[in-house]
Design a binder for this molecule. Structure first.
Ligand code: NDP
Length: 300
């Protein structure tokens, strides 16, 4: 059974400062690989389908990375690729077909879609048991009221990164910078479920640095390149950087100025190699869970 989503109360000593998402994600993938093999032995299909309706090169790259991850853990994957000009109706028909297809464990739509397409009604039509991105309004609502659901991958990845590094969450002050439906809002909900005291900040927050300095656990998902320096960080805080940005000189950076903040933090996640790999691992986890839930329903 996977060790998912329950915070340990113990904090490691100060030896391990880096929240190494690459290593934790590899550990999770190996657990998933065994669980997928077990399901397959029972004859349960484990398959992830992806709808790709975009000419964004980054989206194509993300999708092929996700396919590689699937192959590594034994999950079958299939991409439904559409040329520009595809209609909303055609995509809606595909969503219905994938909802009904017993061979498909779960599926998601790589965003953004081509201009002119509205992803909201399409995502809303995904059956919650197959919503492996955890982003449909139904999944978000279930999370908000504390019902079991497939959790959004990035926020769940952040929680797993903390938990699996032994960072205690319960009773601590957590500050989340960002309130998007993709990251900030669901993350605040998950931290609340873990009994943290949660503050959510956004672009209208006054004196962000002083609010952020209250945090025992500071999670930055503002989408602002290297915005957060040491003046935002309390001594000994845990800092998780969700942001991803291309550096002018090549390579990636985050929302946090890593080199400046590292000295103050007790734990810090790097970019790359922090939250990114965790997000991908959680997609595999959701696919496995979706397959397991279908197996459970069939067995009833
Ligand atoms: P959005 O742009 O949708 O949301 C950004 C949020 O940050 C908004 O709530 C916004 O406030 C807030 N914000 C923006 N500027 C400031 C500021 N100066 N001070 C305080 N708050 C601010 O971004 P996402 O949530 O989708 O993504 C955030 C970052 O995470 C991006 O860099 C993205 O690339 C990255 N990302 C990384 C993933 C990973 O796997 N590592 C996955 C998903 C995203 P307001 O609501 O008021 O506008």
């Amino acid at each position: 059974m996977l060790r998912f989503y329950k915070a340990s109360k113990n904090e490691k000593g100060s030896m391990t400062k880096i929240l190494d998402g690459k290593a934790v994600a590899a550990e999770i993938r190996s657990e998933i690989k065994s669980a997928v093999a077990e399901l397959r032995e029972k004859g349960t299909p484990v398959r992830l389908d992806v709808i790709l309706a975009s000419h964004d090169p980054a989206s194509a790259t993300y999708v092929s990375m996700k396919q590689r991850d699937c192959a590594e853990v034994g999950i079958e994957s299939k991409i439904h690729r559409f040329e520009e000009g595809v209609s909303q109706k055609e995509l809606a028909v595909l969503v219905e077909r994938l909802n009904d297809d017993e061979a498909v464990s779960g599926f998601f739509m790589q965003l953004p879609l081509y201009d002119g397409l509205d992803h909201i009604p399409l995502i809303s039509a995904i059956e919650p048991l197959k919503d492996v991105d955890g982003l449909s309004p139904l999944s978000a609502g279930r999370l908000a009221v504390g019902l079991p659901s497939l959790l959004p991958c990035t926020p769940h990845g952040v929680i797993q990164l903390l938990v699996r590094n032994g960072v205690a969450v319960e009773g601590r002050e957590a500050v989340v910078v960002g309130r998007s439906n993709l990251v900030g809002k669901p993350l605040a909900g998950l931290l609340l479920n873990e009994n943290a005291t949660v503050t959510t900040c956004h672009s209208r927050t006054k004196d962000l640095a002083s609010v952020a300095r209250r945090a025992d656990i500071l999670i930055v998902a503002a989408g602002q390149k290297e915005m957060v320096g040491p003046e935002y960080v309390k001594d000994g805080a845990v800092v998780v950087d969700v942001g991803i940005h291309r550096k002018d000189e090549g390579g990636l950076t985050g929302d946090v100025r890593f080199e400046e903040v590292e000295a103050k933090a007790s734990y810090i996640s790097p970019v790359p190699g922090g939250v990114g790999p965790m997000t991908r691992a959680m997609l595999l986890h959701n696919t496995l869970r979706a397959a397991g839930m279908r197996e459970g329903r069939r067995a009833q």
